[in-house]
Design a protein around this ligand. Structure first.
Ligand code: UDP
Length: 324
C-alpha cells in the first residue's frame, strides 16, 4: 500500500504567513502558495531581503505585506484566520554572520518565540526553516537527521548555528508543552534566481565572477564539498514536510555532492567563461563535507530533486545577467 503524502491540488481559502518573505527561498515559497490559490501574508524588515522580491509578489491580489521586525513586535493579526506559519526570517549567508550576529540570534530566538505564540493562538501549523548548519562540521557523512551535530558554540558561525539549534528546541517545546502542530526542515545549500548577486555564498559568487570574466575565488584548496539544491526543488521538499504529520526534523536538499573546486570548474564550463581560479584562505570552522541523506523525506513522499546542476546554473546565471 502506498501511504505517502497526498499533496493538495489547491490551497484556496487557506492563509499562509511567511516571515522573511523578501528572502530568496521564502519569496519563491510565497509564489508557490499564491499559485496554489492560498492567501499569503509576507513579513520582512529588509535587513537582507530584497524589495524587488516583494514587488514581484505584490502583483498577486492574494498577497498582503507587512514591513516589520518580527523579534520586536508582530503586526496585529486580530480577527484574521491564519492556517500556516512559516518561520524563515533569518539571514543565512556566512558573510552576514560577522556583520549582523545579534540580529540573527534575536530573530531565531525572540522572533521564533513570537511566531510560535501566534501559531498557538491561531491554532496554525508552524514550520521552522532550520538548517544543515545544526550539524556543524559533521563527523558523519552523509548527514542523517538523528546526528546531533558538531558545532563550535563560540566560533564565527555560532550566531547562526546555535540560534537555529535553539529555534528547533523551542519548536519542539511548543509541540510537547502546548500541542502546537509543528514541523522542522533542515535546509541544505540552495541556489537559484532571486538570490542576491552579492550574497557572498559560493554559487552567486562563482556565477557573477564567471559572467564578469574574473577569477573564481576558491577558499582553501577547494577539496571541501557541498550539495546544491535548486530553489524550486527545495520548495517542493518543504511543501511535502509541511503537509506531512511528522513534527521531527527532515533534511531538505539535493544529495549530489561536489568539491568546491569541481563546482568552480563546472560553472566555468557551463557558462563558457574564460575565468581562471584564485585560491584564498579557508574561513575558520568551514565545514569540510556536507551532503544530506534525504531517505527520511523520501519514505513519506515522492520527493525527488528534478533540476540538474547544469540547468539550475543556467537559470540562475540568466537571472544574474540582468542585475550585473
Ligand atoms: N566558498 C568559496 N568561494 C567563495 C564562496 C564560498 O570557496 O567565493 C566556499 C566556502 O568556503 C564553503 C563553500 O564554498 O566551503 C560554501 O560556502 P557558502 O558561503 O556558500 O555556504 P556554507 O555552505 O559554508 O554555509
Amino acid at each position: 500500500m502506498n501511504n505517502k503524502i497526498i499533496l493538495p491540488q489547491s490551497m484556496e481559502g487557506q492563509t499562509v504567513l511567511v516571515a522573511g518573505a523578501a528572502g530568496f527561498v521564502p519569496s519563491t515559497l510565497c509564489e508557490f502558495y499564491l499559485n496554489l490559490g492560498a492567501n499569503v501574508i509576507g513579513i520582512d524588515n529588509f535587513i537582507t531581503g530584497s524589495p524587488s522580491n516583494i514587488e514581484l509578489l505584490s502583483s498577486y491580489k492574494n498577497f498582503e505585506f507587512h514591513e516589520n521586525n518580527i523579534y520586536e513586535k508582530l503586526p496585529s493579526f486580530k480577527d484574521q484566520k491564519i492556517d500556516f506559519i512559516l518561520s524563515m526570517a533569518s539571514p543565512a549567508s556566512p558573510i552576514d554572520f560577522s556583520i549582523i550576529p545579534i540580529e540573527i540570534m534575536r530573530v531565531n530566538s525572540e522572533g521564533t518565540l513570537k511566531l510560535l505564540e501566534l501559531a498557538r493562538d491561531k491554532k496554525a501549523r508552524f514550520l521552522e526553516a532550520s538548517t544543515s548548519e545544526v550539524y556543524g562540521d559533521p563527523e558523519i557523512h552523509p548527514q542523517t537527521e538523528d546526528y546531533v551535530g558538531h558545532v563550535n558554540p563560540i566560533g564565527p558561525r555560532s550566531c547562526y548555528d546555535e540560534s537555529k539549534r535553539f529555534a528547533e528546541a523551542m519548536t519542539m517545546s511548543f509541540y510537547h508543552k502546548y500541542n502546537v502542530d509543528t514541523r522542522i526542515v533542515r535546509i541544505f545549500n540552495t541556489y537559484g534566481p532571486r538570490m542576491r548577486p552579492n550574497d557572498g555564498r559560493v554559487i552567486p559568487n562563482f556565477i557573477t565572477q564567471a559572467l564578469r570574466g574574473e577569477n573564481l575565488t576558491i577558499y582553501g584548496d577547494g577539496s571541501q564539498t557541498r550539495s546544491y539544491c535548486y530553489s524550486t526543488d527545495l520548495v517542493n521538499a518543504i511543501h511535502n514536510v509541511l503537509m506531512s504529520q511528522d513534527p521531527t526534523p527532515f533534511n531538505c536538499g539535493n544529495p549530489d555532492e561536489y568539491t568546491i573546486k569541481e563546482t568552480a570548474e563546472l560553472i566555468i564550463k557551463i557558462l563558457n567563461s574564460k575565468s581562471g581560479l584564485t585560491f584564498l584562505p579557508l574561513p575558520k570552522d568551514d565545514p569540510k563535507r556536507r551532503r544530506p541523506n534525504i531517505e527520511k523525506l523520501q519514505k513519506i513522499s515522492d520527493y525527488e530533486p528534478l533540476v540538474s546542476f547544469e540547468e539550475g546554473i543556467r537559470m540562475t546565471a540568466d537571472f544574474f545577467k540582468n542585475s550585473l
